[in-house]
Ligand binder design. Sequence first.
Ligand code: NFS
Length: 627
Amino acid sequence: FKLTTVEEMEAATEKLLETGKKVGADGWQYRVKNQTPHCKFGETGICCKICSMGPCRITPKAPKGICGCDAHGIVARNYLKFTAGGSATHSDHGREICNTLYHAKPEGPYKVKDPEKLIRIAKEWGVETEGKDIYDLAHEVAILGLSEYGKVFGHQNFLKRAPQHTQEIWEREEIAPRAIDREVSCSLHMTHMGCSSKPEALIRQSLRSGLSDGWGGSMAGTEFSDVLFGTPKPVDTEANLGVMNKDNVNIVVHGHDPSLSEMICEYADDPEMIAYAKSKGAKGITVSGVCCTSNEVAMRRGIPMAGNFLQQENVVLTGACEAIVVDVQCIFPALGPLSKCFHTKFVTTSPIAQMPDSEFIRFHADTAAENAKAIVKMAIDNFENRNPDLVYIPDMKQKATVGYSVEAIVKTLDGVTNSQVDETGTTKPLIECITSGVIRGAVAMVGCNNPKIRPDYAHIELMKKLIANDIIVVASGCSAQAAAKAGLMDKEAKNLCGAGLKRVCELADIPPVLHMGSCVDISRMMILVSELAKDSGLNISQLPVVGCAPEWMSEKAVSIGNYVVATGIDTFLGVDPYVSGSDQVSKLLTEGLRDWVEAAYTVEKDIEKLVDLMIERIEEKRTAIGI
Ligand code: NFS
């Protein structure tokens, strides 16, 4: 067993860029060069263009904007707007899933695959379940889910899943989220010209808007995706560009909403379609994924992961991609012109994400089956247009076991339970391992790639050091894909762990880095820490657990950071969220928040230091609870 190194991945990318040069293709590597150095005002968050008197920029000579707002107000407003963008995006994804659930029918294409989970949520929400048809129940719960977005009174239903202490903090600090859409609107209202300019107020709303994502929209996205498509359980798959197959029709799904990718996978597996592909000279059909939609179908179907965020152009550069089919979020507009340099069809499907140089096939829950069939057929028909001289698929892939939902983790733990002592169906065996010191703690590794950080390097190096120090890693999003590409989700990676974690991996038959899903699935991590807190009798903030996004780039990531911190988990960032222009805001985020929610941010661009700080924090937390 050998990990794939970042150097090897970079060499493969270099070779692909060579192919790109032959056909005049662009790449993010070139665009970064044209965009740097970045504007200092933007980078430090002190550029304001929320009204047309500006844009105003803060300098020593001009310490205030035309309205009189200072750097602190401008930075905090920008931060809240950034958060609201992310919260809106995740939450709208969740809304789409509720909508898909509303369209579920016994005759398909969308069915209820996990009725047990649906019933559990219905009961939690006080819906009568006895004697009800499961599809009637699905529609009733879907409407309730949709109502969470505009609920007139009260707070998000899912907040009740948090430990009592956490709920009390949210109440006390007035950050318990109300209607999801209301928190986004309220944020945009607060940042309008002439509203809030007080950092405390703006950052407080950033937490509330973040919480409406993590404990509202994202959680709805996760839970109802599980109801529709099944709650993930451990499944074997593969990762990295080598999962594409040069003899097959390659369809790459990219984006976030599993409603589309699930259907594509369904029809690409249809014997009729496979026969059609063979009639066109291919040996079969390979579906692989990029970004979070890839995580969704990997977790539920074992569909291989071609790559993460900064690898999206690479799949086209292989010259062997018949279609890259996208839904929403994290899709480079660059894919349009890039696909034109090859035979690749760039298929957009959502009114939310429309791009030039793409073929738009509008995907709708009612017509999902026909839409998916048409897309798969289009890809097959495109196989013969491939230019064999341009085909190069790097021979690079790793095995990975993925699918660790909270339910799957608890079930796995039952397997290692000493049934004489421990109850089953709880996180107690994990708590045992942590208190005894066999495992020192856990880190949630999440987030994107960012050209500001050598892509994947931070994810992989941090994880290697953490597991070597007996710290178990749970991962999601592009961080999870970085781990899988490197081989850290292969069970054999146990050999890179410290003795304690290695033993746990052997006993539980798990890899040391557990794939918990897409970014909306960070809501799963919130449930997991809540269960750990309840089962151990500790507060979330006392657990030796931290969060980390070393290469983050999107608005969604900031929204996530806010709800993770607001849930009581210290969060470590490798990229600054455009706040360095205000010492007040920086101090609030890295220190002040601790007085409100018992956790705060640490921003550290030096990767070595970042991991050491996390280990230090975990050890501090252990000492504080006397373990
Ligand atoms: Ni998350 Fe997923 Fe990746 Fe970043 Fe984008 S795919 S939702 S935002 S880039 S981790």
